[in-house]
Structure formats: C-alpha cells, structure tokens
Write a protein that binds this ligand. Structure first.
Ligand SMILES: CSCC[C@H](NC(C)=O)C(=O)O
Ligand SMILES: [Zn+2]
Ligand SMILES: [Zn+2]
Length: 436
C-alpha cells in the first residue's frame, strides 16, 4: 500500500498505540497513560491525569479556545479493549501488523483506539495549519468502558473536573459501516439485566403435577420468546432498525442438583432461575414492558419473582428522553452533518446504538452526544477475531475529524481546508455559533 512518509508516520503512531496491551480482565493502564501523555506533549496540549479510582486513570487533554465563555467540545474514547481468543487470530492481536492491503490487525483497531488517535491527529494537523478554535476542545481517554464504565466514564462525567469544562457537545464511539455511508448514533438502548426466580413443588421425577418450578419458568420463557420474536420480526421485515426495537435474550438457566457425573434425574427441583439481557429502545412503551414483566413474565401467581441486576433509565436527569436531536433543531447536528459532507463523506440515517457506550453518561446529563467512528467500507469486527482497520480508512477519518472540529469550534470563517483556514465564508455556521 503506497503511503507518503507523512502518512507512514501517522499510521505508525496508531500502531504504537495499538501495541500497548490494555486488555481485560486486568488491563494495566499506566503504559498507555505514559504513551498518551507523550502524544499530548508533542502536540502541545494541556494535560491532566486523574485517577478517580486507583489504577484506572482518565487522561484529559485541552486545546484552549479563544473564547472561554463558550461551551466546549469533548471528544471521548476509551483506552481498554476486550479479550482475544489468540488461536483464532492470523496476526498477533497486539502486534498491529499492517498487511499488503494496508489492513492493520489489532484488538482495538476499530474499538476504539482508532478514534482516540484520530482525534489527536486531527488536532495536530489543525494546530500545524494555524487554526485557532473559538471554543475549547477537550479530549478524554477513559478506562473501563468495556466493563460498563463505572470506574471510568461514570466517575469522570460525574466529577467537578467535568463540570468545569462546560461541555456543550460530546463525541463518542459508533460502529464501522459496511457500505460507503458513515454511521452515526444519536441514542442508545438502555440495559435491563434481570433474572426470574421460580419456586415450585419438588417431587419425584416420575410424577406429573402442576406448579413445579421449571414448568412455572418455562411458561415465562415461552412468553419472553414470543415477545422476542415479535420484535425481531420487525427488524427482519425491515420495518425497524435494530436499535428501534427492544431485544431480550435468555443468557443463563440454572436448576437441578449437580452430581459428580451430571445431575440428579429423579427429583423435580423446587427452584429455578433464568437470566436475561434486555435492551430497551428509547422508543419503547415502558409501561407496557413493565406490565409484561409483572403480569406475564414473572407473575406472583406462578410463584415467580424477578430482580434487576441493572435497570438503566430511558430518560435523562431532567426526565427527557435521552436522545440527541438529529434535525435542524440541533445546531450541533447541522454543523456535524455539514462537516462530514465537507470532508467528502455521506451519512447513513442516524441510528440508535444497540448496546451501551460511555456516551450514555453524557447524554443522561442532557448534553448532545453523537456516537461516531469514521469507518466506511469496513466489516464490523469489534469484539471479533482478527479485528482490523485499513490504513487509508484510518487516514480518511482524520480528515473527517478536522472538518468536524473546525465546524464545531471555528468562527465560521474556515474554508474547509486546514491549510487555508483564514479564508472562505460560512454564513450558516456563523448563525449557528451565535445560537450555541
Ligand atoms: C452495561 S455496561 C456494558 C457495556 C457494553 N458495551 C458494549 C459496547 O458492548 C454492553 O452494552 O454490554
Ligand atoms: Zn468501544
Ligand atoms: Zn467494545
């Protein structure tokens, strides 16, 4: 793959980041922190490292804007990555090998070390071009996203450090797009993890009687499967996108009494339990769901109880639906869309993220938040074997972020070319900046 010397340099910094192993279940965050601090120094950014939880540092960079009264922009990414099954990888997952085609293989190449480094590279380029942001740009690198962000983003977004930043807009991760349109996420489904416990009459395995625990639970499993099917059918028929329906999957079942060789067969257990990973769409009817749980999935009349391991809210701290407007009513959206287009990109219809990202901690505070990982024509391989990203696609993403940052933080006078940042017009942009 032909890369210019400058491109080689940019790509090798990405590879260097990918080579720092931050894999769960016990990531060591210090080497990656050191690496990032060096990056920040080189670029000339203010750097702050805070350990809200010992051993789990948040790295925060700031590019001070010329007008400190304006709300700032926060670019967030996580430093941790999910585990690998080594045997399935054709290149070692922490070697960041680039093949002939320019594909860079590494855990984190899509999720989401690419995005973190692209933020920094875009800033590096804009600085070199003499661009002066009006509003401040903050870049946060947080730990622990892959295990829910409780010791990472949740602490950071809940801190006084964060409040002091006066953040008006957040970018966090999205997903690769398998076609030529960039995907963007304006909301996410909320996590409802619950389990149902069934009680029933024990008895001899040969007997038929009503009210046994496993039979009580089976009726629930059937009802939940019906709901699952009706939601899934809407996706299969194309009526709804995946994030627009509520998913529910049975993820564990326990009952019976184990023996050294298997299970006791001739005793009907008096207790059984099933666990569910449910993802509630912000478009869902919550009252109807609650009613389903109470009356059909876990009714006391069938000797069932349910407990939530996690019950995320669908609304933000102000009681509004935790979604970011993706129409003209949201000036940030207008700026975002224009920037992507200016970079030569096109956007797919905005989506609701199927799973959870750290973006929810910002959106729950009512801060406009978009999930965006600029990768087109790329197989979605996050959490998968042989995760890779093509170097050209990576480089293209940097250009997209340059436009986004100019659009979000510029005066509206930028032409769209960082090497030419004092010229051109941007009337729409200017109007929007007064509104923001
Ligand atoms: C509830 S915290 C778990 C977070 C995790 N995020 C992703 C992207 O896989 C998930 O949705 O399961
Ligand atoms: Zn991620
Ligand atoms: Zn992930």
């Amino acid at each position: 793959l032909p890369l210019s010397p400058k491109e080689e340099e940019v790509v090798s910094r990405f590879q260097e980041y990918l080579r720092i192993d931050t894999v769960h279940p016990s990531p060591n965050y210090y080497p990656v922190t050191e690496f990032l601090i060096i990056q920040g120094k080189q670029i000339g950014l203010d750097t702050k490292v805070v350990e809200y939880v010992q051993g789990k540092p948040v790295i925060l960079f700031t590019w001070q804007g010329t007008d400190s009264s304006l709300p700032s922009v926060l670019l967030n990414s996580h430093t941790d990555v999910v585990p690998v099954e080594l045997a399935h990888w054709k290149h070692p997952p922490f070697a960041a090998k680039m093949d002939e085609a320019g594909d860079i293989f590494a855990r984190g190449s899509q999720d989401m070390k690419c995005v973190g480094m692209q933020y920094l590279e875009a800033i590096r380029n804009l600085m070199a071009a003499g661009f002066k942001p009006q509003r401040s740009i903050h870049v946060s690198f947080v730990p622990e996203e892959e295990v829910g962000g409780v010791d990472g983003a949740k602490k950071f977004y809940g801190s006084s450090d964060f409040k002091e930043l006066n953040v008006g807009m957040v970018l966090d991760e999205g997903l690769a797009s398998e076609d030529g349109n960039y995907r963007v996420f304006y909301a996410e489904r909320t996590v409802w993890w619950f389990y149902i416990t069934a009680q029933g009459h024990p008895g001899h395995g040969s007997r038929l009687f009503d009210g046994m625990a496993l039979e009580n639970l089976r009726i629930s499993l059937d009802a939940i499967a019906d709901f699952r099917k009706s939601e899934f059918d809407k996706v299969k028929s194309g009526e709804k996108a995946e994030g627009e329906v509520t998913s529910v999957n049975n993820v564990y079942l326990t009952a019976g009494r184990p023996t050294p060789t298997g299970f006791v067969m001739n005793v009907q257990p008096s207790q059984a339990e099933a666990g569910f990973d449910m993802r509630v769409s912000p478009l869902a009817d919550l009252d109807a769901l609650q009613k389903l749980l109470d009356e059909e999935w876990a009714p006391a009349s069938r000797n069932l109880t349910y407990r939530f391991l996690q019950k995320g809210k669908v609304t933000d701290d102000f009681g509004n639906l935790a979604v970011t407007a993706v129409d003209d009513s949201n000036p940030w959206w207008v700026l975002f869309k224009r920037a992507v287009e200016k970079a030569g990109g096109t956007l797919a219809k905005p989506e609701i993220f199927m799973a959870a990202t750290d973006g929810r901690y910002a959106r729950n505070q009512g801060i406009p938040t978009l999930g965006f990982s600029p990768m087109t024509n790329t197989q979605v391989l996050l959490h998968d074997h042989n995760e890779f990203l093509n170097a050209k696609e990576y480089l293209k993403g940097i250009k997209v972020y340059e436009q986004i940052l100019m659009s979000f933080t510029g005066t509206g006078d930028e032409s769209g070319d960082p090497s030419n940042s004092k010229t051109g017009s941007g009337e729409l942009s200017e109007t929007i900046h007064t509104e923001l």
